[in-house]
Ligand binder design. Structure first.
Ligand code: ADP
Length: 297
């Protein structure tokens, strides 16, 4: 029987403000404002559950302010929340300002998310787990990076495969490519996007970058937005996988949807190419809805 998928990552409150006119400094600008559950790790978990993974769990740190709401939203999406309440920091919050051209500007407060410490980790979290997924955001702060490294090492000791999503080209650059790659060392699966894969390798061609990365991480899936995805296994790039044509309204969480569906498919025995097809279907669905989570209910 297939075991659970455990995600260690971030749970974020997304405040999305869509304004039709340019921001007017020092006065009001009318906007449509929605508060939505998000966070790369939590989004991956929800998409994995939506893609048929029967047992998905997420370990994350949140403030006491939004903890109950996030637990309820995760449960509704079929995910078992393992949320550590942090009395000393608010839940991570992202304010997304979306203008008429759908251009997005983010204000990011990582709050409790990156305070996830080694004390929050226990090897027993891997009981009944068949795959561990680490959100790349964990690698960008010392405390959370140490926790991610510990989780990765424990999983390896137990023979549980591990995947990592590099999450943010900007933060990878800030940390340094070599430091990021060293921190993710030992992962079995890497899921970068079309910006991150070239950044991590110095190779402009995504197929070349995917092949190069797969010499270090045995299975690599590079997502290419509307162009689909590329998979490479142990140094060899496979045929590209196209994305279904859809009318995109919001690209938030497309990569998380791909990752969730890809991992769910792999857990249930799909080969890498079929898993990438499932990932592309979920990614295409994700861009047709507002926010980073699948529709529930
Ligand atoms: P990220 O959000 O990490 O940058 P991508 O933008 O590469 O990820 O999108 C992830 C996946 O979602 C793609 O591989 C593709 O399958 C799907 N996708 C993204 N944008 C579109 C789109 N406009 N039309 C159809 N599918 C899309």
């Amino acid at each position: 029987m297939t075991g659970a998928l455990l995600v260690v990552g971030d749970v974020v409150t997304d405040v999305v403000a869509r304004h039709r006119t340019p921001l007017a400094p020092a006065t009001d600008t009318a906007a449509e404002i929605r508060t939505l559950p998000g966070g790369a790790g939590a989004n991956v978990a929800c998409w994995a559950a939506r893609s048929g993974c029967a047992d998905v769990r997420i370990l994350a740190r949140v403030g006491t302010d939004w903890a109950a709401w996030h637990e309820e939203r995760l449960r509704c999406a079929g995910v078992r929340p393992l949320l550590v309440r942090d009395p000393g920091a608010p839940t991570a919050t992202v304010v997304a300002l979306v203008d008429e051209a759908a251009e997005r500007t983010f204000l990011t407060d990582s709050g409790a998310a990156l305070r996830i410490g080694v004390g929050d980790w226990s090897p027993t979290l891997l009981d009944g787990v068949s795959h561990l997924h680490l959100s790349g955001y964990l690698f960008f702060a010392g405390t959370s990076r140490e926790t991610a490294r510990l989780a990765l090492a424990t999983a390896r000791e137990r023979g549980v495969p591990v995947s990592v999503d590099p999450a943010s080209a900007g933060f990878v650059t800030e940390l340094g490519v070599d430091r990021f790659l060293a921190a993710a060392e030992g992962a079995d699966v890497l899921l970068p996007n079309a910006v991150e894969a070239p950044l991590l390798t110095g190779l402009a061609d995504p197929a070349g970058a995917a092949a190069a990365l797969s010499r270090r991480f045995p299975l690599v899936a590079v997502t290419l937005g509307a162009a689909g995805a590329l998979v490479a296994v142990s140094g060899q790039a496979l045929s590209p996988v196209p994305a279904p044509a859809v009318r995109a309204v919001d690209s938030t969480g497309a990569g998380d949807a791909f990752t969730g569906a890809f991992l769910a498919a792999r857990l249930y025995g799909a080969d890498p190419a079929s898993a990438a097809e499932a990932g592309c279907r979920a990614g295409a669905t994700a861009v047709t809805v507002l926010g980073g989570r699948p529709m529930v209910g």
